[in-house]
Write a protein that binds this ligand. Structure first.
Ligand code: AHR
Length: 503
């Protein structure tokens, strides 16, 4: 049982956009309140921001952060979140049946983004919101003082423009669960008009239009073709959302298939199909217009999510909703997803893990601290070590039959090389639950001097996870790097494992 991975630093997919290592913070559940923002806590700084959370998020090294939703944004009035806190309104947040206190708003988010050293990415409300309100928000965030909203920003404590560059034109507008759902043509026109006004306000911004909210949507991929066809000239990115599951969800989400770990671990087949379909839709739209302009994919919601599905906050503040507990197999799927981003580095230029704290998140908090879920670790290894160019790795591995995806290679791999530093990284997932895999890595052109560091995450139980009681149950361990023999190294990958090697 053997696999080979051939690498050539001259054979690249594309330059890796650091923005593929992004996150998403929504006003829902305990993501903002009790997660990021907890002003009464001894763990919070003078701005109310939890410093243990900041430290963990900085370890992941998120380069971009989407905010404030999600479904929440489609009913959000951004003016609720500015000005003196005691005057900010409490409202019903209809998307998650919760109470929104508005104690955290635009200024607090920008302070948080500054603390974790990330680029902000704002979503505007195209559900109940108007194109004028979207343009007003751009004015508030980005214009030099001298106009109504920029002066208001100064009055609220920030005279300097924030200069937010990335702007999502609504969220999942195809979904019946969305406040203000619309059909593709209606959305496309509203997105164009919003983008037009927003850019008139600040021509330097980049805009992102909504794709279908899932491949299981009945309108997929017609929605995508319609929106791209109409809005292509007005957007820079096209958004895709995808949540992985074991068992696999059906469109109605009511029928469940049985647990099928072999198929689940092969989910990257589906991730690639999704990206390929949208890349093709982008190509067609570009060709139809004879356009010179490129649009890239912004995979701005991705994660494993299928257990904690109940989104009913019962009209309370910071309800415990979508508090998914992750296990080893989820971490392996996340690693194959990050492999997919590198393999699709030519088209996927932004990606945001949904979400970052407590709500389908790598970090879980309670009053006295946090623990890191299994998915925290592959994210951190990729985000900190994949840089430069994604390599077009030639992978040969035994095929394993799966119910959902047919025959799939046992090994899922990606690699990067940064000519500026001479550093490389290789990421390997052995998807088999039972079979180890002897893997031969060889460099066809310049071999590195050595493998400098190596980590591995594995275990016998795909369902094992971490908790406050057992925070280090499933974590990677660093091992002695395999020795280079000529231009190659050979190592045995245990079943159910993720391995990261640095050169
Ligand atoms: O991330 C949780 C929710 O999933 C988001 O609010 C929505 O956009 C998606 O359906």
């Amino acid at each position: 049982n053997r696999a080979t991975v051939s690498l050539n630093t001259q054979r690249t997919v594309a330059e890796i956009s650091p923005l593929i290592f992004g996150g998403f913070a929504e006003h829902m559940g305990r993501c903002i309140y009790e997660g990021i923002y907890d002003p009464g806590s001894p763990l919070a700084d003078e701005n109310g921001i939890r410093q243990d959370v900041v430290a963990a998020l900085k370890e992941i090294n998120f380069r971009i952060m989407r905010y404030p939703g999600g479904n929440f944004v489609s009913g959000y009035r951004w003016t609720d979140g500015i000005g003196p806190k005691e005057q900010r309104p409490r409202r019903r947040a209809l998307a998650w049946r919760s109470i929104e206190t508005n104690q955290f708003g635009p200024h607090e988010f920008m302070e948080f983004a500054r603390e974790i050293k990330t680029e902000p990415m704002w979503a505007v409300n195209l559900g109940t919101g108007t194109i004028q309100e979207a343009a007003d928000l751009v004015e508030y965030m980005n214009l030099p003082t001298g106009t109504l909203y920029s002066d208001l920003r100064a009055k609220n404590g920030h005279p300097e423009p924030y200069g937010v560059k990335y702007w999502c034109l609504g969220n999942e507008m195809d979904g019946p669960w969305q406040i203000g759902q619309m059909d593709a043509a209606t959305y496309a026109e509203k997105a164009v008009q919003a983008a037009k006004l927003m850019r008139w306000m600040d021509p330097t911004i980049q805009t992102i239009a909504c794709g279908s909210s899932a491949t299981a949507m009945p309108g997929y991929p017609d929605w995508d073709l319609t929106v791209l066809g109409h809005a292509y000239d007005h957007i820079d990115y096209f958004s895709m959302h995808h949540y992985a599951a074991n068992p696999y969800p059906t469109i109605s989400n009511t029928e469940r298939l049985p647990i099928d770990t072999d198929s689940y671990l092969a989910s990257s087949v589906h991730f690639e199909e999704h990206a390929d379909t949208l890349a093709a839709a982008i190509r067609v739209s570009k060709a139809k217009r004879r356009s010179k302009k490129d649009v890239h994919l912004c995979w701005d919601e991705w994660n494993v999510w299928y257990r904690a599905k109940g989104g009913d906050g019962e009209w309370s503040e910071a309800p415990h909703i979508l508090e998914e507990e992750y296990n080893l197999e989820d971490a392996l799927v996340v690693a194959t997803w990050l492999n997919t981003f590198l393999r699709k580095a030519d088209i996927v230029k932004i990606a945001c893990l949904a979400q970052i704290v407590n709500v389908i998140a790598p970090i879980m908090t309670r009053k006295d601290g946090l623990f890191k879920q299994t998915i925290f670790y592959p994210l951190t290894l990729f985000s900190n070590h994949a840089s430069g160019y994604a390599l077009d790795a030639l992978v040969r591995a035994p095929l394993r039959e799966t119910n959902r995806h047919g025959p799939v290679p046992q090994l899922d791999a990606s690699a990067s090389f940064d000519p500026a530093t001479g550093k490389g990284a290789v990421f390997l997932v052995n998807r088999s639950q039972t079979q180890p895999l002897v893997t031969h890595l060889c460099w066809e052109d310049e071999a590195p001097q050595s493998v400098t560091r190596a980590w591995q995450m594995s275990g016998e139980d795909p369902f094992a996870g971490n908790s406050f009681e057992q925070p280090d149950n499933v974590v990677p361990y660093e091992f002695t790097p395999p020795r280079l023999e000529g231009r190659a190294v050979t190592l045995e990958l245990p079943p159910l494992s993720f391995t990261a090697l640095l050169t």
